[in-house]
Design a protein around this ligand. Structure first.
Ligand SMILES: Nc1ncnc2c1ncn2[C@@H]1O[C@H](COP(=O)(O)OP(=O)(O)OP(=O)(O)O)[C@@H](O)[C@H]1O
Ligand SMILES: [Mg+2]
Length: 310
């Protein structure tokens, strides 16, 4: 597996605050890597470190094998980026904004129309950016990131300001990008649903630390499955299930049994059903709950309350 983005012990301190703490990112080439974390987790800071816009306090980062501190220009040539503050010139038109970057990268003129087409901004390209809606600015920022077909795209909260239709289009676009061009995409988000539907890989950042990372399907497969159990005697069912070694708790929707990692859900459901029935209880529901990114996020502790320092 080759890595498009790799960091080792990447850290950044702002005064007393460790915004990024010993982060080892591994973003495989051709992946769509969802970089998740709540507000203040350190996503933007990590991204700025990856782009060489901030100096790390410790550790290092490589893009396509190139050290971003030691050889920033070479690393930068491989990357297209969309940041929170996009740095667009409001008094220039969309096309003129793109032209500035195009000239900087010494790309042919045709590139501008190509990227405008991709983000469906052709009709508005002649208008001043000051007149753009937030979603249009976000699209223009994305278009600029796509100039020159970079091998790595780094997008900080790309769906900010987009309407549901725009979000769905962006999702499809990003999902197809590696297959179409071989590019690698890292996108940050605090929206689990967005990452779940877009990413092949995830990294979960919590108070500056990377608490989970890997292929999304593998991480989900490793999660304990959950069974929702409906009975007419929840208290008795709880006791009986525990006697039979199930990890159960009473939830608002009924009993929730959490299986051991890797335990087959069918066997567990059958065994639990049998135990409850043998004790004379009536079981009216046994519903497997799908393993989700949400449970992963929860089990990684990433949804815990932020520390006072955050
Ligand atoms: N230039 C700076 N000076 C001081 N502190 C900073 C600076 N930039 C970021 N921080 C702090 O670092 C922490 C991480 O911030 P960061 O912007 O990376 O979070 P984030 O995950 O991008 O959050 P959000 O989802 O809100 O965009 C925060 O506590 C923030 O206050
Ligand atoms: Mg941010």
């Amino acid at each position: 597996m080759t890595l498009a983005i790799e960091t080792e012990g990447l850290s950044r301190r702002f005064g007393e605050r460790l915004a990024v703490d010993q982060v080892d990112l591994q973003v495989p080439t051709g992946s769509v890597y969802g970089f998740l974390g709540r507000n203040g987790a350190g996503k933007t800071t990590t991204i700025r470190l990856l782009l060489g816009l901030l100096r790390p306090t410790a550790g290092r980062a490589r893009i396509c094998g190139i050290d971003v501190v030691r050889d920033r220009p070479a690393a930068a040539r491989r990357v297209g980026a969309l940041l929170e503050a996009q740095g667009l010139y409001p008094h220039l038109s969309g096309r003129e904004n793109l032209d500035l970057t195009r000239r900087l990268l010494a790309l042919p003129r045709g590139e501008i129309d190509r990227v405008l087409e991709l983000v469906e901004l052709r009709a508005a390209a002649g208008r001043r950016v000051a007149e753009y809606s937030l979603g249009m600015r976000q699209r223009l920022g994305l278009a600029r990131a796509l100039l020159g077909e970079p091998s790595v795209l780094i997008l900080d909260e790309p769906s900010n300001g987009l309407d549901p239709e725009g979000i769905a289009e962006l999702r499809g676009f990003l999902r197809d990008l590696p297959g179409r061009s071989g590019a690698t995409v890292l996108l940050s988000s605090h929206l689990l649903g967005e990452i779940e539907q877009t990413a092949s890989h995830v990294g979960i950042l919590c108070a500056g630390r990377l608490v989970s990372q890997g292929r999304l399907d593998a991480l989900k497969a490793g999660l304990p499955a959950e069974l929702l159990v409906g009975t007419d005697a929840p208290d008795a069912a709880l006791a009986i299930a525990r006697q039979h070694g199930f990890e159960v708790e009473a939830g608002p929707e009924g009993l929730l049994a959490r299986l051991a990692a890797g335990e087959g859900i069918e066997q567990a459901a059958a065994a639990l059903n049998q135990a409850l029935c043998a004790a004379g209880l009536r079981v009216h529901a046994l519903v497997p709950r799908p393993r989700s990114l949400e449970s992963l996020y929860h089990l990684a502790g990433a949804d815990a309350a932020p520390s006072p320092a955050a």
